[in-house]
Design a protein around this ligand. Sequence first.
Ligand code: PHE
Length: 357
Amino acid sequence: MTDLATLEAEIVSAVQASADLAGLDAVRVTVLGKSGSISALLKGLGSMGPDERREQGPLINGLRDRVQAALTERKTALEAAALDAQLAAERLDLTLPAPPRRRGSVHPTMQVMDEMTAIFAEMGFAVADGPDIEDDFHNFTALNFPPKHPARETHDTFFFSPNEAGERMLLRTHTSPVQIRTMVSQTPPIRIIAPGRTYRKDSDQTHTPMFHQVEGLVIDRNIHMGHLKWTLETFVGRFFETSDVVTRFRPHHFPFTEPSAELDVQCDRTGGELKVGQGSSWLEVLGCGMVHPNVIKNCGLDPDEWQGFAFGMGVDRLAMLKYGVPDLRDMFASDVRWLAHYGFSPFAAPSAAGGLS
Ligand code: PHE
């Protein structure tokens, strides 16, 4: 009897003294394991006489139950302490502010689109819109590209698979289809710009498969090339915010304008940098011309009454020139370091009154 009480006191103090789960399990094995002290006592019951067993049985079983309970209690306490220690070690302070460089910024292309919209809005242009996925009629035919005309090939078009009727939809190769959509749905006089995405199979330092254009269209009575030149020269001066920019109009051909021209901006490309107002290179930034009478007719208007001019600007290229980005492909690489360097604050939206860059 005294032996059992001593044994129990020893075991309980060993249980309480164990500092971690491994130590506690070692105590459990020495007591309740195969050759543990209590297991030996339980085994001894078999060799006792009935009277002795009746007396010792409850005592030994009681001892086992109390030791078991002490082990469980200590185990729960040690597990809770281990969890507390782990939580303390892995603590994260969620109230810390994010590092400033991770803040989002406005992409130069979007900034330039907003700048262009602000400049043209001041000149009285409204913003029009059209779908990125176009049909052959709006992208080519209505714009006076004859069927099988080689100019269709120069656009390196992305086509979709033909539908049941054999027609292939396409990713618009320019924003000029918005000219058609606007002339068909509005009555002149018309003065719109149409910013948007355009697509061609092309990739080098000044070409990317997806790029951005801003289309412009003016339809009114007695419109002539002088209106076109004034509008574009005024735009360029305001956009670059300097009189140092040198431009040149170069005769060109587009099926939907006659006469047609391209506008280049003089720039310097030496030393891996891009600067305007100096240098011996020219970067083509837009196509333009007087809207072809056939296009006006295709939209149900009388070309003897209505004339106009149109232009299509390369937004990303104008962004390259204004903000000195040497390679167009970097603009779409989604590199956060590039965006942190070239991006704009979302709180400084361009406006004619508040400044354009
Ligand atoms: N759509 C032409 C292009 O992408 C640009 C353009 C627009 C030319 C309007 C003339 C008039 O190359």
